[in-house]
Design a protein around this ligand. Structure first.
Ligand code: NAD
Length: 378
């Protein structure tokens, strides 16, 4: 079978679904690889390197016309129209938010496999594109914050005087939050963090940050049985609000990452809290895509409030580190194809007895297969 790697058409997107490093790995699985000319250019991956790695360089329609298309974003109408019945599309499809796209895949007879539906189980960690993307986003959040802040993160004692370290507060210590915390710490900031899941405290402390606990007896219902956060109680929200109100005037940078799977982002930082922050402070809202954790976040934008607080609501953080984001994502794809190519013979087998392949397949053989049956999350 032939794998097609198109140039992403979403405005501003710089990532690509295969790199010159992963092309030989795809060839080793028995596939032919066709890369659209210029597909990796915005991630500093030139065509010549793909060619040297064994890929054929093709035009847009040929890339989309392959038996298996590996991509980063959802396809446009034209892109999907270029696919043939019986082909397979593997990308971020966000099927919960895009029922129309799932139907379009089914109508086209295309098998759709969604990288955001890889189950969060130990066996699937090497294919977990949500984690590799969140990791890059968390790091980049600190790079953006440091640039906007206009002071050093690390403290210094110099002949010209003493400089205090920046205080960074991370709300939500999942994959992105921990990456942000690690990056801020490595730059010398004094880092504080909190999460509705108390079990993250140990991880936070082991990374040299201080965990600020808002929980009290009776709040056990804030965490669901699979270990993910669920909607918090009014009581929790009230006490968490008190903590945020107390921290806002003290800290220089806030990174928010709080998300609840399948629901809009909870609003945690109010306008009053932003008004209490020092001029020059920065908020990076990594939950901007789901509406934001700060009420003043403008998704996709960076702006400064009247009291001098810069609020960054970029929704394209992974694309702002396109080389590494592409490398990690395309390695997730190679690991998925290793699982789905048992014979290493260039033949894709979407085995529904495999819980990873079943969970992420949204349409197959002219049928809609989303939502998948429940899976035991480890
Ligand atoms: P996420 O993006 O869903 O949420 C980010 C963080 O925000 C989480 O830590 C969450 O607890 C926190 N949060 C949500 N609402 C909040 C609120 N109101 N106040 C404060 N914090 C709030 O999370 P994620 O980074 O994608 O994943 C986190 C979970 O997934 C963890 O349980 C992690 O161990 C698990 N995980 C498992 C695997 C695997 O086994 N393959 C891979 C990655 C993550």
């Amino acid at each position: 079978m032939r794998i097609g790697i198109p140039r992403e058409s979403l405005p501003g997107e710089r990532r690509v679904a295969a790199t010159p490093k992963t092309v030989p790995q795809l060839l080793k699985l028995g596939y032919e690889v066709a890369v659209e000319r210029g597909a990796g250019a915005r991630a500093a991956l030139p065509d010549a390197e793909y060619e040297a790695a064994g890929a054929e360089l093709v035009d847009t329609v040929t890339a989309w016309g392959a038996d298996i298309v590996l991509a980063v974003n959802e396809p446009s109408v034209e892109e999907l129209a270029a696919m043939h019945a019986g082909a397979t599309l593997i990308t971020f499809l966000h099927p919960r938010e895009n029922p129309g796209l799932v139907e379009a895949l089914q109508r086209a007879g295309v098998t759709g496999m969604s990288m955001d539906m890889v189950p969060r189980i130990s066996r699937a960690q090497s294919m977990d594109a949500l984690s590799s993307t969140a990791n890059i986003s968390g790091y980049r959040a600190i790079v953006e914050a440091a640039y906007a802040y206009g002071r050093t993160f690390g403290g210094q004692v110099t002949a010209a005087g003493k400089v205090a370290p920046a205080k960074v507060f991370v709300i939500g210590t999942g994959v992105a939050g921990l990456a942000a915390l690690g990056a801020a710490n490595s730059m010398g900031a004094e880092v504080y963090a909190t999460d509705v899941r108390p079990e993250t405290a140990e991880q936070v402390e082991s990374m040299g940050a201080t965990f600020l606990n808002v929980r009290a007896a009776g709040d056990e219902q804030a965490v669901s049985s699979d270990g993910y956060a669920k909607q918090t109680t009014d009581d929790y929200n009230k006490r968490a609000g008190e903590l945020y109100a107390e921290q806002c005037p003290k800290v220089d940078v806030i990174v928010t990452t709080a998300a609840i799977p399948g629901r809009p982002s909870p609003k945690l930082i109010t306008a009053e809290m932003v008004a209490s922050m020092k001029p020059g402070s920065v908020i990076v809202d990594l939950a901007a895509l789901g509406g934001g954790n700060c009420v003043l976040t403008r998704p996709g934008e960076k702006y400064t409030t009247d009291n001098g607080v810069t609020i960054i609501g970029y929704t394209d953080m992974p694309s702002r580190l396109p080389g590494q984001a592409s490398q990690l994502y395309s390695t997730n794809l190679v690991n998925l194809l290793k699982l789905a190519t048992p014979g290493k013979d260039g033949q894709l087998v979407v085995d529904f007895d495999d819980e990873v392949l079943r969970n992420m397949t949204v349409a197959k053989d002219g049928q809609i297969t989303f939502p998948p049956p429940p899976i035991q999350v480890s």
